[in-house]
Ligand binder design. Structure first.
Ligand code: MN
Ligand code: MN
Length: 266
């Protein structure tokens, strides 16, 4: 159950309202990486969670995000308020000014309505935790950009608090994922097809006019993966992904039980 206490988790102070910045703040109120999305994603994952330890973690953080929603909403409201009676201010967000009277609305900075389509909820705890780690990273970078766009001291303080908590949550979700002790590439139940899983398709080749290069990195180290160079140009096709019957072919019609070997062009 929820209980509202008439205090903000972080005290919000705005010295100089900036309606243009208030519009940007809506991104963290009703946007894809905003506080409502975080609160709903974690809380609903928590409702679905059968692991009692992670359920508690998800409900703790989901509930904290609701408190963040109140902080960012209060902050945005202070910046948007002049819109109600000031046409110059209103031009920064006519929808908020005219339809909302300078109040916050559950939309992003471009006026798009908040949607539950933002939420990533799969019913697989490890998969959900990975989504949450990514969500926290996105929220962190959005806060950082907002901080860079304001000179108002009180606003910076509140945003610094909210940004900091995203790193705290990021760490908690990372540790929770680690605590499941699942090998990082084991997702779900069905194993990937041997052979195919260890192929690297070098599908973007050559050099570009702006210095783009064909790279050898740790992700396509020939000691770890088999490089298939230019598979489309080479007529390479996968005929079966059934582990026992895994077969590939080249455009000369020759089929192979093992994946096509290609020497790497450097
Ligand atoms: Mn938050
Ligand atoms: Mn968070």
């Amino acid at each position: 159950m929820y209980h509202h206490i008439k205090k903000l988790m972080f005290t919000v102070r705005v010295d100089q309202p900036d309606p243009r910045f208030g519009n940007m703040l809506l991104e963290q109120f009703g946007g894809a990486n905003g506080e409502l999305a975080a609160a709903m994603q974690y809380s609903i994952q928590g409702i679905n969670c059968d692991d009692p330890n992670c359920k508690d973690l998800l409900m703790d953080i989901g509930t904290e995000e609701l408190s963040h929603l109140e902080v960012i909403g209060s902050l945005a409201r202070l910046h948007l308020k002049p819109m109600k009676n000031d046409i110059d201010a209103a031009t920064y967000d006519p929808l908020i000014a005219i339809a909302g009277g300078g109040g916050v609305a559950l939309c992003n900075s471009m006026g798009n309505s908040w949607t539950s389509d933002y939420l990533k909820i799969t019913g697989e705890l490890d998969v959900d935790l990975r989504s949450n780690i990514a969500a926290e990273a996105r929220a962190k970078i959005v806060y950082e950009r907002l901080i860079d766009f304001t000179d108002d001291a009180g606003t910076k303080e509140a945003l610094q608090f909210l940004m900091t908590r995203e790193i705290t949550h990021l760490r908690a979700f990372m540790i929770a994922l680690d605590s499941l002790q699942k090998p990082p590439l084991v997702i779900g139940q069905i194993p990937p097809t041997p052979g195919i899983v260890d192929q690297y398709y070098n599908t973007s080749t050559g050099e570009g006019d702006n210095g783009e290069i064909d790279v050898s990195g740790p992700w396509n180290d020939p000691a770890e993966v088999e490089i298939v160079d230019s598979p489309a140009l080479a007529g390479y096709q996968v005929l079966s992904a059934t582990p026992e019957a895994s077969r590939t072919t080249l455009d000369d019609g020759a089929t192979s039980k093992s994946p096509a070997k290609r020497t790497r062009k450097n």
